[in-house]
Design a protein around this ligand. Sequence first.
Ligand code: FAD
Length: 652
Amino acid sequence: MNVYALGCQSLQCLHPFEGGPQLTDVCSASTGVLFLTLLNNLLVSNPRIGDPCGRVDPITSPRSSYDFIVVGAGAAGAAVAGRLSEVEDWNVLLVEAGPDEPAGAEVPGNAALYLGGPLDWKYKTSNESFACLSTNGSCYWPRGKNLGGTTLHHGMAYQRGQPKDYQRWAEFGIEGWSWDDVLPYFFKSENNTEIGTLVSSKYHTTGGPMTVQRFPYQPGFAWEILKASEEAGLGISDDLTGANLTGFAVTQTISRDGVRLTTAGAFIRPVAHRKNLHVATNALATKVTLVNNRAEGIEMLMNGKTYKVRAKREVILSAGAINTPQLLMLSGIGPKEHLGSKNIRVAVDLPGVGENLHNHHSYMLAYTLNETSTAQFTGNNAALYLFNQTGPLSSTGLSQVTAKLVSNFSTSDDPDIQIFCAGYRASCRATSNANETVVTFASVNIRPKSRGRITLNSNNPLDLPYIWSNDLGTDEDINLVIQGIRYIEKLMNTTTMRNHDPTLENVSIPACANLTYDSDEFWKCAVQWNTKPENHQAGTARMGLASDPMAVVDTKLRVHGVKRLRVADASVMPIVISGNPVATITMIGERAADFIKADNIRRDTQPTPSPTTTNPLKEIQQDIQNGYDSFQKKKKQFQEQLANQFGVPIPQ
Ligand SMILES: Cc1cc2nc3c(=O)[nH]c(=O)nc-3n(C[C@H](O)[C@H](O)[C@H](O)COP(=O)(O)OP(=O)(O)OC[C@H]3O[C@@H](n4cnc5c(N)ncnc54)[C@H](O)[C@@H]3O)c2cc1C
């Protein structure tokens, strides 16, 4: 009997998940196939990593109707579905195009390794005039296609943007989304384990389902970067979401004790036992069905069969900034002429659907250090990780180091440049120059001005949409990236960094060869040819007032002109926040769930108002408390079971 079977039988797990790509599919380590296979099995069976007993039990076919249907189980959708299912009287269907999360992807050292395969939508932009010129004006945009969405692949950095980001949203006439309005919803999700030791209770809290903490491991070079930053006068911060918004930081992450925590892991798995929550995996929503401009349900493809499922109350689209506008358009909601050109009957002419597409964009400098690299993905480190979830595999290496800085277009309370670092990762994917230590620094424009759009290639839901990002479409966008490059150069020119003898890897781009190396003109050319698009796409179904012709949803996330249909994901942000967006997108999911609860509980209680039962806020608070209590109870039982059967100590 293998360890996996032993663990699951004794814990009476009914639905462990062994599927999805295995380590042997995503790694190319010299450690060999047998080692990777064994490691994969041990990860799957480990209660703290693969969590075999906490997995969802996906439905094999949907019921004909539910109260709510949520499309997409990513940063927002998992939060929406988990929260709605707190109300026992409602039944909720969560529809996800991809499968459950493979255990290997929960290892922080494996971040992004599962992209490029079946868990990735593998989007590519087209016809870029100013970006990704080395790849014929086409940028690669990975997006997660699995429970947890892109939170199964992301770098896990926890940020919220800054108060000014939400002030900018107000310029669209949006009320109710100021910093003071959104902060309680960041708190609602958060369980910060480093209050008092690293961050302040003024900005952070405990009790939510999303654990926020630093990784247990940092490579020594991470602290060297912080030392160099101080030396260069760029500053350091313990908490870029706290009082000190600028400088370099070893960031807090959305992870729990050395294991990735996706939104599915935070919001769905702990409540997977709820009878009123159905999860459909490998199920593609192909359209929202409308009757008289009212959402009646969805059509979906699952296991080769088409289903029509009715939503008695509402449909919520959380399919992300690319798929949500695609679904809206496939359902007849979008720009009239464009829908007509694809033979789609227009239900609601909403010209803003698919417009306002934007993304952070960057340029990466790679430096070779004067030291021989030592392998990090070793048997010892793997064992350390399996037993304790510590060591190099329990972190993303230098990717946990980031900085927020200010260009000359902005002010210190509103940083507009971010630096992403990478290197020293315990990756199982062998690199070509295994003997060299290479570290990278990307200068990221986190206040992009250029806007692109998403349109349909055809009315076939299986066709990927057409994406034109128009990245780097303004001089200011390019200038901002160059200002970030100058900051990186300043950092690398410190004594601290020079002690490591860094050499900038040759940037040889034929199209830029006639320009003076390291001049602004040179970098302007290089940035456009070797653009590094970030993965923070937003804005394609943006919030705004009904009087705003380009607005798609109102401030309660209801689609203009359509009843019983909301959007909750990155697409509703009028302007992407200045930083890593997951926490904000989850906050949007939290808010959507509360808007829905308030509207529906009010509706349910309207006919027979009574002073004792008609306070919707009180009821919502009670629902949340009930959900939280039952989660805590289940967690305690599970920990006791582990302690009794495997001697795993109960965390204090
Ligand atoms: C490599 C990488 C690193 C990143 N690092 C960070 C980081 O460190 N910190 C951070 O904050 N952010 C990071 N991000 C960005 C972040 O992950 C995304 O911005 C965020 O996950 C988007 O949330 P979403 O809910 O809008 O969409 P997603 O999380 O992408 O979720 C959408 C879900 O909908 C599903 N779906 C789509 N269409 C359909 C359909 N028709 N039917 C059924 N299901 C459907 C998808 O499969 C997916 O599961 C990173 C992203 C990438 C790719």
